[in-house]
Design a protein around this ligand. Sequence first.
Ligand code: SF4
Length: 62
Amino acid sequence: MQPIVNKEICIGCGTCEGICPEVFKIVDGKSEVQKMADYTAYADKIKQAVEACPVQCISIEE
Ligand code: SF4
């Protein structure tokens, strides 16, 4: 799995970082996906972040 943030839409609210700081980090007011070889260890938290994002700009590519 590969989480993707659409930075055009992200408002930098920090919700995703609050849920899964290992994967999402706010940089210059936008959420940035941290690079890692395997995201599956954080799959549940990533899915929570997808659902919690107020502007629905996080998606997951399988
Ligand atoms: S929850 Fe959504 S809008 Fe908020 S910082 Fe994360 S990606 Fe951006």
